[in-house]
Design a protein around this ligand. Structure first.
Ligand code: TYM
Length: 334
């Protein structure tokens, strides 16, 4: 069976950028592509490249798991699991590190940005992170990997590594293709619309988290940076603020940009922002209600157990096969 795989880091609370750029897409794909087996996971190993408090990490892992289901991922259609509960991920990362070059990892823009910001105490894990991500993917031979734009470079690296290992060890991996949405693949910050909305931005006003209450959602939209022109027009090059808000509007409602423009013709940002606040609130309300039912439920643990078992089955087989091709351990007895 063909497969689709993707993951999210539990580094902080999930915001509408991650939701619109990835989770909402996963939900669409699970329904549109019933012939594929889905693996969606919580990338907790990725979250510790920078130190995290133990309790914080545990809370965020569980929160993300509950949010995946609350957003509509169907455990009957998707194997949902926690990365660290499948040891093959760490094993594969090492094997791939031995097939990657320092130069190619140094070129990763996310590493360059993050290490520049951190300056001291940059961990080796932050540097080798793309090989862990490549391993996450290649363990499962997915045909497609749905991600937002910021992960494109990491995915290209995963493809390069897969091709290299395939040449050395006789076609062991499927070379995965990225699946990047045409719009919504980059939702920008509400306080700086030229940069990505991010979990790790120090400015809370830059984002709306999925569990934010109604008053915060509406306040954040009201204070979102736009421009002084005052008319609702989609022009991402020259007017990133209003265009970003229109993208959020469009991805949630499916209303085309031209129709949004005509709807608010002659009206200012105030009406548009009031409506957008309400649209986001209405989108998040059922998610928050379902989340509250799930967060401390046995149901959630059962879903994660089932996903872990299936993921382990597939991933263990792949690691054993690669070990064998490389010549590690003893020759496998048939
Ligand atoms: P992460 O946790 O930063 O983001 C999860 C997914 O959400 C997308 N995304 C966005 N899309 C649009 N606008 C935004 N503002 C926005 N912010 C985040 C990301 O592109 C991503 O698709 N390394 C990955 C997680 C990962 C992974 C994998 C993904 C680990 N292993 C294997 C795919 C396959 C990460 O840190 O994503």
């Amino acid at each position: 069976m063909k497969r689709i795989l993707s993951g999210i880091q539990p580094t902080g609370s999930i915001n509408i950028g991650t939701y619109l750029g990835s989770v909402k897409n996963f939900v669409k794909l699970q329904d549109q592509m019933p012939d594929y087996e889905f693996f969606i996971f919580i990338a907790d190993l990725h979250a510790i490249t920078v130190h995290k408090d133990k309790q914080f990490l545990r809370t965020k892992i569980k929160e993300l798991a509950a949010l995946y289901v609350a957003c509509g991922l169907d455990p009957e259609k998707v194997n949902l699991f926690i990365q660290s509960e499948v040891p093959a991920h760490s094993q594969m990362a090492y094997l791939l590190q031995c097939n990657s070059y320092i130069g190619e990892l140094e070129r990763m823009t996310q590493y360059k940005d993050k290490s520049r910001k951190q300056e001291t105490g940059v961990t080796v894990g932050l540097f080798t992170y793309p090989t862990l991500m490549a391993g996450d993917i290649l363990l499962y031979d997915p045909e497609y990997v749905p991600v937002g734009k910021d992960q494109k470079q990491h995915l290209e690296l995963a493809r390069d590594i897969a091709t290299r290992v395939n040449n050395k060890y006789n076609d062991i991996f499927t070379v995965p293709k990225p699946l990047i949405a045409e719009v919504g693949a980059k939702i920008n910050s509400l306080s700086d619309p030229t940069s990505k909305m991010s979990k790790s931005d120090d400015n809370e006003k830059s984002r709306i988290n999925l569990l934010d209450p109604e008053n915060i959602i509406k306040k954040r939209i009201k204070s979102a940076i736009t421009d002084s022109l005052g008319n609702v027009k989609y022009d991402p090059e020259n007017r990133p603020g209003i265009s970003n808000l229109m993208t959020i509007y469009h991805v949630i409602t499916n209303i085309p940009f031209e129709s949004i423009e005509s709807k608010y013709e002659g009206l200012g940002y105030k009406e548009f922002k009031e409506d957008l606040g309400e649209i986001i609130y209405q989108e998040l309300k059922p998610i928050q209600e379902r989340y509250a039912e799930l967060i401390n439920s046995k149901e959630l643990d059962d879903i994660l157990d089932k996903g872990r078992d299936r993921a382990n089955q597939v991933a263990y087989k792949k690691i054993m096969k690669l070990n064998d091709r490389i010549g590690l351990g003893r020759k496998r007895r048939k």
